[in-house]
Ligand binder design. Structure first.
Ligand code: GDP
Ligand code: MN
Ligand code: MN
Length: 252
């Protein structure tokens, strides 16, 4: 078996209003079943989700958390504004975003953005992926999937990895339940996080620095599906015992 993973060359510095789908199609050739993997940073820039700390007035809770961390209280307020829940406020500042993604600092990013500005995650990453995906399909006449990625830490390990935060026409989870292993045993629990795996592979080429490769094409997988959502991979409130555990830690 073989897959191809390659960068799209010549992507410019993205500005508010830029049409990412057109930029991709101008700079690469798309085939049926390609998975277009896009760093959320450029989607945030194109959607104008940049903001400045100067414009934020921190409240009481932000001031308390900021003190514990020695963080800018305006930054903490920005994180709180984008969070459904603070799971842990110290020694890590871990929140669940309005969209259901659990991450440090609500995914607000200051790398690869104009000095003085911060970039938000897209507010509805599935919708953003969908808009780009349908436009790429319209331009090329090919059927694609899209994965929006961000760089995320892992709970029990050192090191960050690319993960999926939004999808278009690819189920983030591949269900192996009911299939056989090599010895004929029926698999009972295995669900493979394919969107995160693909995001991780693409991130190998994107890197985290000044490479200038926010778009990667993954070719050779047959994962295109009908409607899909990242919500399919977030555990339900009832099943999420890690979240329940975290809530027991200190909080303002
Ligand atoms: P994130 O993981 O979505 O937060 O994005 P990163 O900041 O890690 O950037 C991923 C890749 O995209 C790196 O290769 C960056 O150099 C590149 N990148 C980020 N913004 C831009 C941009 O506006 N234009 C181009 N060409 N590359 C960018
Ligand atoms: Mn980043
Ligand atoms: Mn990154």
């Amino acid at each position: 078996m073989k897959i191809q993973v390659f960068t799209v060359e010549n992507i410019p510095l993205i500005k508010e209003g830029d049409d990412i789908a057109s930029i991709i199609c101008e700079n690469t050739t798309i085939e049926d079943n390609d998975i277009v993997v896009i760093a959320s940073t450029i989607v945030a820039k194109a959607e104008g989700r940049m903001f400045r700390l100067e414009d934020i007035i921190p409240g009481e809770k932000a001031l308390t958390i900021a003190n514990k961390h020695n963080l800018d209280a305006r930054f903490v307020q920005a994180v709180l504004d984008r969070s459904k829940e603070v799971l842990v406020d110290y020694p890590i500042f871990l929140v669940e975003t309005q969209n259901g993604h659990v991450c440090i600092k609500a995914g607000i990013d200051d790398s690869n953005v104009n000095t003085g500005y911060l970039a938000d995650l897209p507010s509805n990453p599935d919708e953003s992926a969908g808009k780009i995906g349908t436009k790429v399909e319209k331009i090329t006449g090919k059927r694609v999937s899209v994965i929006l990625t961000d760089t995320n830490g892992r709970a029990f390990k050192i090191g960050q990895t690319g993960i999926a935060i939004g999808v278009y026409k690819i189920h983030p989870i591949k269900n192996w339940k009911g299939q056989k292993d090599l010895f004929g045993n029926i698999l009972e629990i295995t669900e493979e996080a394919i969107a995160d795996e693909i995001a991780g592979a693409a991130n190998l080429l994107m890197g985290e620095g000044d490479g200038g490769y926010p778009v990667v094409i993954v070719r050779g997988l047959q994962f295109r599906s009908e409607e899909s959502s990242v919500q399919e991979m977030y555990r339900s409130e009832r099943e999420d015992i890690v979240k329940k555990g975290l809530r027991c830690l200190s909080k303002v």
